[in-house]
Design a protein around this ligand. Structure first.
Ligand code: BJW
Length: 228
């Protein structure tokens, strides 16, 4: 069986990582156009670097929750049959043991050089203009995908969706494209589709089936039903 799982901020919420659009979310104190667009970065790089430096540092204080662990267990059962496509920039899937993960919106623990385009592992701060390990330019930015930029590995994602028997969306509001359109694409290719979310998402009506509740409870339950 071929399964593609799309995850969003809701899967990491119970680990203590803030979502974007919920009450108390990351964007309550920030305008999206200030911290999640290339134009915002150009206008005020310090604010943007501070925003991502704080989120990168906060990763040290969080751990994967039962939903991340359940997906890692599912990979043990399905092997190459499972692909996790995450919109999240945290590393909680990897820390839970998942290996087949695509970070379509980038990763906090990488820096992208605006001069030479090299992506380098990065655990510290970017504020202050550290040199790119590859070309020495002081041109590093967070390796995240902002509005107007093209998400990573779209070709690989589209072919996985084309071959999927089952598409499952976990903890995402369905407000951001192209990820929000994956359910319709997977359905058009013939996959069964399932939403696992705290509440019905913007695109809930596109799914064949939905289970609503906290990811830490409903994801392990679904995995047990599938392979238990
Ligand atoms: C729980 C829970 C618990 C809580 N258990 N659940 C007009 C129409 C259509 C599209 C566009 C348009 N104008 C512009 C566009 C395109 C644009 C877009 O979609 N804009 C929208 C505003 C409409 N998209 C883009 O620009 C993208 N690029 C693009 O389209 O390029 C063109 C192209 C594509 C493909 C091929 C070729 C060309 C880029 C989008 C980049 C998004 N980047 C961000 C920031 C990343 C860096 C960072 O982390 O700061 O990605 S935005 C932000 O939103 C972040 C997230 O990954 C993304 C999605 O958020 P997510 O994960 O859904 O979080 P929330 O907070 O919204 O939802 C959480 C959910 O969890 C909620 O439903 C809760 O209920 C639930 N939940 N607790 C279970 N315990």
């Amino acid at each position: 069986m071929k399964v593609v799982v799309l995850t969003g901020a809701g899967i990491s919420a119970e680990s203590g990582v803030s979502t974007f659009r919920d009450n108390g979310g990351l964007w309550e104190d920030h305008r999206i156009e200030d911290v999640a667009t290339p134009e915002g970065f150009e206008r005020d790089p310090e604010t943007v670097q501070r925003f991502y430096d704080a989120r990168r540092a906060a990763l040290a204080d969080v751990v994967p929750n039962p939903a991340h662990h359940a997906l890692a267990e599912l990979e043990l059962a399905l092997g190459d049959g499972l692909l996790v496509v995450t919109q999240n920039v945290d590393d909680l899937h990897e820390r839970a043991g998942s290996k087949r993960v695509i970070h379509m919106h980038g990763e906090l623990l990488q820096a992208l050089c605006a001069a030479c385009e090299t992506r380098s592992p990065w655990a510290g701060d970017l504020l202050g203009g550290p040199a790119c390990p590859a070309c020495d330019a002081a041109a590093l930015r967070p390796d995240v995908v902002w509005f107007g930029e093209i998400p990573y590995e779209m070709d690989r994602i589209q072919s996985a969706l084309a071959g999927a028997d089952l598409f499952v969306s976990i903890g995402t509001s369905g407000a951001v494209y192209p990820a929000a359109g994956f359910v319709q694409l997977a359905r058009a290719f013939g996959a069964r589709t399932l939403e696992l979310n705290l509440e019905p998402s913007d695109g809930s009506h596109f799914f064949h089936e939905a289970r609503h509740g906290r990811a830490g409870e409903i994801v392990p339950g679904w995995v047990a039903d599938l392979v238990g």
